[in-house]
Write a protein that binds this ligand. Sequence first.
Ligand SMILES: CN[C@](CCCC[B-](O)(O)O)(CCN1CCCCC1)C(=O)O
Ligand SMILES: [Mn+2]
Ligand SMILES: [Mn+2]
Ligand SMILES: [Mn+2]
Length: 304
Amino acid sequence: ETLGVIGFPFSKGQPRNGTEHGPNVLREAGIITSLQSLGVNVIDHGDIEIEVVPRDEPMKNVRNPRTVAAANKKLSDAVAKLVKMNQSVLALGGDHCMAIGSIHGHAQVEPNLVVVWVDAHADVNTPLTSVSGNIHGMPLSFLLKELEEFVPKVPGFEWCKPCLSVRDLVYIGLRDVDPAERLIIEKFGIHAYSMQEVDKYGIKEVVERALNQVDPSGVRPIHVSFDVDAMDPTLTPATGTPVSGGLSLRESFYLAEEISNTGRLSVLDIAEVNPLLSTEDKRKLTVINTTDVSTKFYGYRRQG
Ligand SMILES: CN[C@](CCCC[B-](O)(O)O)(CCN1CCCCC1)C(=O)O
Ligand SMILES: [Mn+2]
Ligand SMILES: [Mn+2]
Ligand SMILES: [Mn+2]
């Protein structure tokens, strides 16, 4: 089994510079060697080449649409190519708009995939419901078939055909959801385990229910889109939209271990590491904790 690593050095899905350095600070922290030490055959395919599209005027309030679209088209093609070569893929971000390219590319080869979205946020605003205009708060609206009729054409995204159904998506870690996002989640009955459910049922029960709801027969390829702001900000402070009361280190480890144990993790996104948004020691803490969770997704066993 080969694990292909792709860097997505990108920040234009949100306004805070720094997530373009995410892939490299994770590499410098030794994420590749940590994975290789698990006996995983890791190939680092380098970074997606990012081009800034000139005169990339906002479409209504959507910022950097063409630049975000062009970068994610490249990511989609790269992910599809690796999945087609039977590699599992670790995509290092970069802001969470990366999920547009990553999930789209994965779905071109594995249309039967399910998505586990681990995040403080639902990231399901449409270009019309978004208050911020930051595409990192909208990726799922570009991917969900049931939202297609509510999403306007955004310049550059002509390539991005919705490829996911709401019943194939489950959230874990929500604690900062916009009113319009809540409406969408309730209208379409999207499975969602917020931090309230994590407290109520415990992480074991939440992970069990989540996986059972999207894939009761336990056969479908899994795409995990992991926003590091799902974890408590005391653990991953170097991120753009921190929200208190997040997943503990052990809850994050357990979630990753259970996903790993399915043997069906196909693509993992690690999004929203922003080394510029904190002091040196907080940056170190963020990349160490992010790396430690990542190794659990790929078979690190706490029991030895
Ligand atoms: C909750 N939605 C936000 C944040 C999206 C975070 C994206 B992620 O990838 O980091 O998860 C925030 C919108 N609020 C901003 C403050 C005023 C109310 C709206 C948005 O910009 O859509
Ligand atoms: Mn988030
Ligand atoms: Mn996110
Ligand atoms: Mn974030």
